[in-house]
Design a protein around this ligand. Sequence first.
Ligand code: SF4
Length: 436
Amino acid sequence: MNIWQHQLEQAGLAPIHAKVLAGERLSFDDGLQLYSTPQLPLLGYLANIVRERKNGNVAWWVRNQHVNYTNVCNKGCLFCSFYARPKDDPRAYVMSPEQAAHKVSNYGDVPITEVHVVGGVNPRLPYSYYIELLQAIKAARPKAHIKAFTMVEIDQIVRCSKKSAEEVFEDLKAAGLDALPGGGAEVMSERVHEDLFAAKPNAARWLELAQAAHRCGLKSNATLLYGHVEQTREKVEHFVRLREVQDHSLANTSGGFLTFIPLSWHPEKTALESLPAPTGVEDLREIAVARLMLDNFPHIKSFWIMNSAPVTQSALWFGADDVDGTIMEYEIIRDPTRDRKQVLTSRQLVEMIVEAGRDAIERDPLYNIISRGFENVRDAQSVEQVLVDAHADESQPQANLQIMRRDEIVTAAQGQKNRAFEKGLIGAEAVGAEHR
Ligand code: SF4
């Protein structure tokens, strides 16, 4: 018996280990046990077995750009700091399709393979707006995949179209939609839904729309927003419902879920900002449990902008095989200490992965290989830097993009955790784990 087997026995995790080695599905109770074990390294060990079985030593990254076309939203989710009210909010903005295309064109010399398009649920936008938005972005970036609209936005688009969900997906595909991102379900619990985001579609509707997308041949992602008021049982239920839908989609459609992304909640500037942010230990646990429970999801992502770059490096040994990408522009959360947009260059992303001991592979949105290691990245003063300098947001000069220095890769989540540590809300052990 090796040291790991001995420790798994001691921790009562040997039966789960046996199931993992045999490739058997873990049960709801197994999920509860994974959340309750204090043995975080064992959790990482178990998750890494599945991670390496599915993706070997590869860590995927993508050269992408985010377009947040509007922040106007009538849903009022209590955990959200992004939205502006439809009436009288000075922060409100809506990009015209031409403005969105212009943003994409700004990075015309960067070989972006994915444009990620999401926004608020803006009741004033007509159906034609969404079609024209996709068409404009596709015209500006014909070779890039467009991953657009959470199921919450899709619900709104279906409502204003007066068509079926399937007809809407076919229209969106014809306009340029290639895949869908994963947000909007948050935690699949009626209790949390009622308490925090009652105006949004519930879990049943989110899953119904995801299945409709899969029937139309579309790939989509799924997320879990954790670290606020959710309970462990609700998170395990979330995984069970997702993998049941995935079973059905894989058996009956050409679509399905591609990637699961645990999203570390950021309390800053939300209605719940008195709550502490999730710690690095929680972030790693969520990644690991997701990898173990979602046996039919090909990929688990640690989104560096939410988890911080250092936690993401560790997450690559706790079940994650994807770190997301270069981002270019991201409005959903910002670094609260400097209120600026965040970006990593392609070289920084690859360095981050290589330093963690994984093989960096650039992918397109469908996980086709674009480049390996450093073969397609440029120096720190790369074209991305030049373009960021040249095309920073002229309307909001105080919020311009800046490339972070290597020693500066401490994003919003990390800062939040450091402040929680300084206030004594979390222990040194938790903060230390982030830097392992
Ligand atoms: S999370 Fe999405 S739906 Fe909820 S308020 Fe924010 S932008 Fe609107």
